[in-house]
Write a protein that binds this ligand. Structure first.
Ligand code: PFF
Length: 436
């Protein structure tokens, strides 16, 4: 009981929304979204993505926030309070939230390296070779990954108000200002309209089921569904906050930031006749080729990597908070102790994942490098699986019905049907497809 009184809460509903947007808007929007969209034919992917976010994905997002708000517990306790047998499902969340940052921080480390080298690397010739040489190096990427993780863990250890809120209050406005500056720069380049057309003029011949599943996976990842991050953030919400309204704000902001990320990248890529479908290297190889040709390219490159840094820190912080909250509340550790343990555990996996681009490249698990294995099992298996379990438990066992969270009756009924039937069915299809 005493512990419950000591549970932290957000300063206001605005800081909660800011932190939830900070969690949702991350590398998934700025780094992953443009290259998955590039791979899947542009506008038709965008339309599918927006449709899925507003229909299917909105439901688990709201359910996860409500789960936290109603139970007011960290993940294991939240599931346990519905039924002690569900404890094991709750435990899958903090576990997943240890593995996701283990590969997420690798990209964070690359970003740190590019920030430090923004003013010099463009003069070093071939951007592709520069990037490959860097990621294959056994020391520099590991050091940068650990620095990135240290910064994120630091904010988590400082707590909800002084750490997580503080990080979001500084980084989200900075992120937004830089993003708008870069979008303006990109769309004013000669030939930029080809990129805008690519984003907004759908070619329906590119529509296929693989693309739909890619859009669904992207939507889950970018909304941070299935790690318990939203559940944990929701559990710090004060009683009187209208969580359904906050959920709309989070979803619409996430779509807006994904669109802005596309508007920052595609016009620039098309303007210089580069390929939009170069995959994960889009941000680290293709865009630097653009920066190299811009006046003050070093400055633009620096701004871009600071933008990526802000987006990735606020997301990684939300992941690390999930196991941290469990260790503090359930196992009565101090934040410093929990943060230190998490720092070392995640560093261990993150360094292995970093090295899988170099000296551990031949070490394979199920035919995948360690990085790809973590990425695949967490994003494609554990995220949808956790969301599926959460929707079933929230829909069938947690009595959301008695609550007056969604005032509009029609909307409430849609939410209820979606939670109990539609989302589980879609998730099972996604799951089977991904494991094929
Ligand atoms: N939504 C984040 C992104 O788009 O980069 C990724 C993410 C954050 C996934 C937090 C899961 C999570 F718990």
């Amino acid at each position: 009981m005493i512990m419950e009184n000591k549970r932290p809460t957000w300063t206001s509903k605005y800081t909660f929304i800011l932190a939830a947007i900070g969690s949702a808007v991350g590398l998934g929007n700025i780094w992953r979204f443009p290259y998955v969209m590039g791979k899947n034919g542009g506008a038709v992917f965008l339309l599918t993505f927006v449709f899925l976010v507003l229909t299917i994905c909105f439901i688990p997002l709201l359910a996860e926030l409500l789960f936290g708000k109603i139970t007011k517990k960290e993940c294991i306790g939240a599931f346990e309070s519905v039924n002690p047998k569900f404890k094991v499902f709750g435990a899958m969340n903090p576990l997943n939230a240890v593995f996701i940052p283990s590969f997420y921080c690798v990209i964070g480390g690359w970003i740190v390296y590019y920030i430090f080298n923004s003013f010099t690397y463009l003069n070093k010739g071939d951007c592709g070779k520069y990037f490959t040489d860097f990621i294959q190096n056994p020391i520099a990427p590991c050091v940068c990954t650990v620095i990135f993780l240290f910064i994120c863990t630091f904010f988590v250890v400082k707590g909800i108000k002084k750490g997580i809120e503080f990080a979001n209050k500084i980084m989200m406005p900075l992120f937004t200002v830089i993003l708008i500056f870069l979008v303006c720069t990109a769309i004013s380049l000669p030939g930029a309209t080809a990129g805008i057309e690519y984003m907004f003029k759908p070619d329906f011949s590119k529509f296929n089921t693989d693309m739909v599943f890619d859009a669904l996976g992207q939507a889950f990842f970018t909304l941070s569904c299935g790690t318990g991050a939203l559940l944990t953030y929701g559990s710090y919400v004060k009683e009187d906050d209208n969580i359904a309204k906050s959920a709309y704000t989070i979803v619409f902001s996430n779509i807006a930031f994904s669109l802005l990320a596309g508007l920052m990248i595609f016009p620039a890529v098309f303007s210089f006749n580069l390929e939009p479908d170069s995959g994960a290297g889009l941000a680290f190889v293709t865009l630097p080729k653009v920066f190299a040709q811009l006046p003050c390219g070093e400055f633009v490159s620096f701004a871009f990597f600071i933008l990526l840094f802000c987006a990735s820190v606020t997301s990684a912080v939300s992941m690390i908070e999930v196991p941290c909250a469990t260790m503090v509340e359930r196992y009565k550790m101090t934040r410093v102790k929990a943060g230190t343990i998490l720092f070392f555990v995640i560093s261990f996996f993150a360094v292995l994942a970093t090295l899988s681009f170099g000296i551990l490249g031949d070490f394979k698990l199920f035919n995948k490098t360690f990085f790809d294995f973590l990425d695949f099992t967490t994003s494609n298996v554990l995220l949808p699986l956790n969301s599926l379990i959460l929707c079933i438990i929230a829909g069938w066992f947690l009595k959301i019905k008695g609550q007056t969270f969604i005032k509009n009756k029609i909307l409430y009924n849609l939410f209820d049907i979606g939670l109990k039937y539609a989302v589980p069915i879609v998730l099972i299809c996604l799951f089977i497809e991904r494991l094929r």
